[in-house]
Design a protein. Structure first.
Ligand code: AHR
Length: 338
């Protein structure tokens, strides 16, 4: 990623006990690209056509993100959003949809990739057709912004570093911990491991008893962590769950083992969905780092800039909060939109 990013500021919100982590992309890279309005492919009608190569049903975060995109790019706003969710998270179905959008000559393609690699041919086809591609949430490899215009997402590395920093504060003498990962090969999983390891990896007080994917699933995470507790005689004090659904599965496993979540085992998650904040308010989760899914307005602003031939940053970071107490969760819940 050619963008130099820095932690702009950590702002404590008085009373809410939530920390607003404002991370701003500080792109040093002035090679950010825009599309020449005269040269972009696509229809020349008044309506801007958007091909959204989406993930589809995956969990509460994905549902919120894709609903927000569809509610933003409306006919009233001058758009026709063609929504193409993957079939069972299958990349080939995404590549087929991507190809159809190129052949159809949409104005812009939004891509939330189910897999982090295997996109070069598709991106080259879009480039040849002069159709700008904007990554939504998920990054892809090679991380080559010549083939796509920009990526819009919260900063996974900073979000998972916030979880790790909380863990160090919560366990000053360290802990045995387990990591419930998302699916192998997904960009955000790699980034979340990088952020966590940057902080905890060098902290000898922390002992990693293991890591395993539970594929963003509550049921799968429950099964995985039940086995981990049994094989470690319940001697695990902390779980880093890379999304809320898996963290809630770990809660169920802890309870099944006759242990108390939030006391015997502290579980931290990423996403910040309602169910996780409710579990935090109830004391069953101990820390929730938001990975804000509601960035449709930002995406529309970027689409307009790109079609107007304006430059945009190669990585546009969406601000996210963290929640470190039942009080913070309880305060946020009434107005929670996802
Ligand atoms: O890419 C974002 C991740 O995908 C979210 O953290 C997870 O809940 C979703 O399935």
């Amino acid at each position: 990623m050619s963008t130099s990013k820095r932690w702009a500021r950590m702002v404590g919100l008085v009373g809410a006990a939530a920390m607003a982590l404002t991370m701003t992309a500080c792109g040093e890279d002035d090679s950010a690209i825009g599309a020449d309005p005269a040269s972009t492919g696509g229809s020349d009608s008044e309506v801007t056509t958007i091909g959204f190569v989406a993930v589809g049903p995956e969990g509460a975060w994905r549902q919120a993100n894709e609903k927000n995109m569809q509610e933003t790019f409306t006919e009233e706003a001058g758009y026709e959003l063609k929504y193409a969710p993957a079939t069972n998270l299958d990349q080939k179905s995404q590549i087929d949809a991507f190809t159809s959008f190129v052949d159809e000559g949409v104005d812009v393609i939004l891509l939330s990739a189910t897999e982090g690699s295997g996109w070069e041919d598709s991106l080259t086809r879009a480039q040849e057709a002069e159709i700008p591609v904007i990554l939504i949430d998920r990054g892809i490899e090679p991380d080559n912004t010549d083939l796509y215009v920009t990526r819009i997402a919260p900063d996974n590395i900073e979000v998972s570093k916030a979880v790790a920093s909380w863990a160090q504060e919560e366990f000053p003498d360290g802990a045995n911990y387990f990591v419930l990962e998302g699916p192998a090969g997904v960009s955000v999983v790699n980034e979340r491991n990088v952020g966590w390891d940057e902080v905890i990896g060098s902290d000898s007080k922390f002992n990693k008893v293991g890591a395993q994917t539970a594929n963003w699933s509550t049921e799968e995470a429950k099964g995985v962590f039940e086995t981990v507790l049994k094989s470690n005689n319940n001697d695990v004090q902390m779980v880093f769950a890379q999304n809320d659904e898996m963290g809630l599965g770990a809660v169920q496993a802890v309870e099944e083992a006759g242990l108390v979540p939030g006391e015997d085992v502290k579980i931290a998650t990423i996403d910040g969905t309602k169910n996780a904040l409710q579990a935090l308010a109830d004391g069953k989760l101990s820390f929730v780092a938001e990975y804000n899914p509601l960035f449709g307005e930002t995406a529309m602003d970027v689409v307009e800039k790109v079609l107007a031939g304006e430059d945009v940053e190669p990585y546009i970071i969406v601000e996210s909060l963290t929640f470190d107490s039942p009080e913070a969760a309880a305060e946020a819940l009434p107005d929670r939109q996802f």
